[in-house]
Design a protein around this ligand. Sequence first.
Ligand SMILES: Cc1cc2nc3c(=O)[nH]c(=O)nc-3n(C[C@H](O)[C@H](O)[C@H](O)COP(=O)(O)OP(=O)(O)OC[C@H]3O[C@@H](n4cnc5c(N)ncnc54)[C@H](O)[C@@H]3O)c2cc1C
Length: 425
Amino acid sequence: MTGKNHIASYYAATANDPTRYPSLEGAIKADVCVIGGGFSGVATALTMAERGRSVVLLEAHRIGWGASGRNGGQMIGGISGEAMIEQQLGKEGAKLVRDIRYRGHEIIEQRIAKYGIECDLKYGWMEVAARPRHMQSIRAQFEQRVREGEGGHLELVEPEDLPRVLGTSAYHGGFIDRRSGHLHGLNLCLGEARAASALGVKIFEHTRVIALEGGAKPWVKTEKGRVEAGTVVIGGEIFDHFGLLRLKGLMLPTGSYIIATEPLSEGIVAQINPQDLAVCDSNVVLDYYRLSADRRMLFGGRCNYSNRDPKDIGASIRPRMIEIFPQLKNAKIDFAWGGRIAIVLNRVPVIERLAPNLYVLQGYSGHGVNATHIAAEIVSDAICGTTERFDLFDRIRHTRLPLSGWFGNQMLALGMLYYRLRDLL
Ligand SMILES: Cc1cc2nc3c(=O)[nH]c(=O)nc-3n(C[C@H](O)[C@H](O)[C@H](O)COP(=O)(O)OP(=O)(O)OC[C@H]3O[C@@H](n4cnc5c(N)ncnc54)[C@H](O)[C@@H]3O)c2cc1C
């Protein structure tokens, strides 16, 4: 993969901001240095700039080059690992989970309105039961959230009602969250970067960070420059550890792949997804899909833990799409691409302070559109001195695999194979 341009995808082909940022050469100073130009890094940089701090943002490739510019675009309520947060933090954890569930949505909505970001936001997201027994836990989840006061935007879809929602017989019911939805991730990320730059954030692309030095007075070393900053934020699913033991074995990269069909006719769209919902199934290794603004089916799934992408992504994903929607058997595939989902073993995003002036936010386990924006606000609050929510995340115990790299991924592959077999039963 070359980092000069975004990888070829539906998103890159429909990106609406051609801005290119320079690469860093020489030394520069800032209050805050953010590493990573995906949602985590860009949202942190923008928040800190909105609060009057001088910020430098360093991105190894292009803004939105990683998962943020390639994902399924599903803006889903909540974060991954909620059950673990409640298990580890008890009532405080349960309250935290409830309080932040839609906070990322609010931040995204406010930014779209304030900065005029065009990213095709639409509402309506659905989880579908891939097996009859999955409907029990979907029903329990729905009832719990209705008890928590979310009845106004949640809707249970019984198996017999499914045909009015989706044109497939593959599922056994589900629930719709009308507060969640879907969007064009790359255009959101580019738009937030544009807003940050307009507020004075110095953004550098093609600027890989190679080392963190300096302890209490941190400075960041790049290939051709350095940044001296009061605070450094490792902002995103960055698989470099910069020699920091606490980041080793924490996130495991797993491949996930998406195909985009040619634009579909209005007739086909009315048959398969008349409410224009973003959809995830209930399997651990799940299918996820939605329609783009120009009516393409964007269908994703199939994790791979070997870090070797399939030779032909289209050939590997298309049969699954046809199994769910035979109506698409003649639809041409215009784009096929993949990215890395950063799985954390206990699934809870990593929001931590690694040293007095060094923060990290990463590891959303495939659930990052909403969660990155929540995490960016929590870290920004902590840097500015409000640490209530940050301290709760900082208390979460994460499991680190003693082996990372190839061995770590083989261990993860074995674990996921177990879940995959369970999904199939
Ligand atoms: C195929 C796919 C589908 C997904 N679908 C969804 C979905 O539908 N809904 C959802 O909520 N989530 C989804 N996710 C997850 C979501 O996209 C991520 O959790 C989220 O984008 C992570 O954002 P980030 O900023 O933390 O990381 P990234 O977007 O990966 O950004 C990290 C950035 O850091 C840069 N970088 C790396 N190393 C260095 C370095 N040494 N120096 C400087 N820069 C560096 C990278 O180039 C990259 O741009 C999906 C992910 C993938 C891969």
